[in-house]
Design a protein around this ligand. Structure first.
Ligand code: DCP
Ligand code: MG
Length: 472
């Protein structure tokens, strides 16, 4: 499932820390940061498209018969204690009349584009955080559209009118407070936090609401008697810093409403990946490789779509007993070609114990913009190796471009290997589209993929210069 892959509890990055240290909330900064977050996003899209589901407990997620999990739960479903990340089987137990639907990522991505385009009408400073939420900074556009509160109302109205969906909006002087505000009275929420109200809003909130305070940190803070944001704010900064280091300073500042992060429209993605929990533990290596191939193709396609390429390929594997391992390898050159990523991922899979796997995933990191010039020294001392590599690379690029045209026309699932069609494949609709379209025969895409795969294998063995890949 295309969830947010490889997301761990969030430690503050150096960049955030450096930004946040010296800030004082000088003179009453205007509430000009907006955080907009769609309500029960995937579930709401499904209800919109099938109005007979309105008012019912609707979820989008994996099947309850296997080990699927809930991706999104309508607010009606939440009354039964059903929420994202809950196993679907448990969700069904809690709410027997639950309407459980499979995800349709193409649809959510297209609604997401619509919503982001609405944001950009009001300001160029839009920082998407995921498909359904973004920060906006409207500083400087007040004369055109009004203040943060007015823009928030207009955006909500535009979203409802143009997509039929409801968003919650928070307006505040900082990103942290805007995100808190959008969450305060969801769904269909609207909240403005003005500088004078900051303490009143923050003090009673549980400390886990602070960005960067995950379950472990919450436990540690609770053990010190810190339950609420107010409790944390009342501690001495030095005390928190000596216990928790830089993270302590960060969370203490946030507890005081101090957050100097700017809305960054070019937020750099650190990695992109995809992972999947199987309905049953999988041990067949050929089957695992096929899943891996489809993940690599999907990840590579998204990288190309975003104008990115990356150098480090990481494989993640979780065994039946939940033991999780990762294996990484760094290329000397960045890539966004599926077969190249797959060639590495396959190698990494061989380095994992051959026991049944519960989960498999692949991600690509050390990302860079495709427009960045390639390093010339890559093939030093081996000009014929370079020529062969360039030749095969341009063939691969040409073939990939053809496949991308198919994907863009018929949906990204089109190029999932035929052997996965009709199974628990990562993207819904692959099989159907292939069969409906006379131009897109499963054989064609399958054999094309096979050829690409063989080609990249051949390259790794013969054309690539010595030391092309450096182990990480
Ligand atoms: N999502 C997912 N798996 C998760 C969490 C979220 O696949 N563990 C997907 C489905 C959600 C979407 O991301 O619809 C947006 O996530 P949110 O956290 O914004 O949750 P919702 O929009 O569903 O609900 P709300 O924002 O109203 O709390
Ligand atoms: Mg949401």
């Amino acid at each position: 499932m295309l969830g947010p892959p490889f997301c761990e509890e969030l430690p503050p990055t150096q960049e955030f820390l450096a930004d946040s240290l010296p800030l004082a909330m000088s003179t009453e900064p205007a509430p000009s940061i907006l955080h907009v977050d769609m309500d029960a996003f995937y579930a709401s899209v499904e209800v919109r498209d099938n109005p007979s589901l309105a008012g019912l407990p609707v979820c989008v997620g994996g099947p309850a018969s296997g080990r699927g999990v809930i991706s999104a739960a309508s607010y009606e479903a939440r009354k039964f204690g059903v929420h994202s990340a809950l196993p679907s089987a448990e969700a069904r137990r809690r709410c027997p009349e639950l309407v459980l639907l499979p995800p349709d990522f193409d649809k959510y991505t297209s609604v997401s584009r619509q919503v982001m385009a609405i944001f950009r009408r009001y300001t160029p400073l839009v920082e998407p955080l995921s498909l359904d939420e973004a920060f906006l900074d409207i500083t400087g556009t007040e004369r055109l559209f009004g203040d943060g509160e007015e823009v928030g109302h207009m955006i909500r109205a535009d979203i409802l009118r143009e997509t039929g969906l409801v968003a919650s909006v928070g307006v505040a002087p900082t990103k942290f407070l805007a995100k808190i505000a959008s969450d305060l009275n969801k769904p269909d929420g609207f909240c403005v936090i003005r500088p004078a109200e900051i303490r009143d809003v923050l003090d009673p909130l549980p400390v886990s609401k602070i960005f960067g305070v995950g379950p472990r940190m919450t436990q540690k803070l609770n053990a010190l008697g810190v339950q609420t944001v107010g409790d944390l704010a009342s501690l001495e900064r030095e005390d928190v810093s000596s216990r928790f280091g830089a993270t302590g300073i960060w969370i203490h500042d946030l507890a005081h409403g101090i957050d100097n992060r700017r809305v960054n429209p070019k937020r750099e993605e650190k990695s992109h990946g995809m992972e999947r929990t199987f309905a049953e533990d999988l041990s067949d290596q050929a089957e695992l490789r096929q899943f891996l191939l489809s993940f690599c193709e999907e990840v590579a396609f998204t990288l190309r779509d975003k104008g990115l390429r990356g150098r480090t390929v990481t494989l993640k594997a979780r065994f039946g007993d939940f033991r999780t391992v990762t294996r990484s390898k760094t290329l000397d050159y960045p890539t966004n070609l599926g077969p190249r990523i797959f060639a590495i991922a396959k190698e990494l899979l061989q380095r994992v114990d051959q026991q049944p796997l519960r989960l498999l995933g692949v991600s690509v990191s050390r990302l860079e913009d495709v427009r960045r010039p390639q390093q010339q020294s890559l093939f030093n001392g081996n000009p014929s190796g370079r020529d062969q590599w360039m030749e095969s690379n341009s063939r691969l690029i040409r073939a990939t471009e053809s496949l991308d045209r198919l994907r863009k026309r018929h949906g990204r699932g089109i190029v999932i290997p035929g052997s996965l069609v009709g199974r628990d494949q990562p993207s819904r609709g692959a099989g159907q589209v292939l069969q409906q379209d006379p131009e897109a025969q499963p054989d064609l895409t399958d054999s094309l993929l096979k050829r690409l795969e063989q080609e990249s294998e051949g390259e790794n063995k013969t054309s690539a210069p010595e030391g092309e890949y450096g182990a990480q």
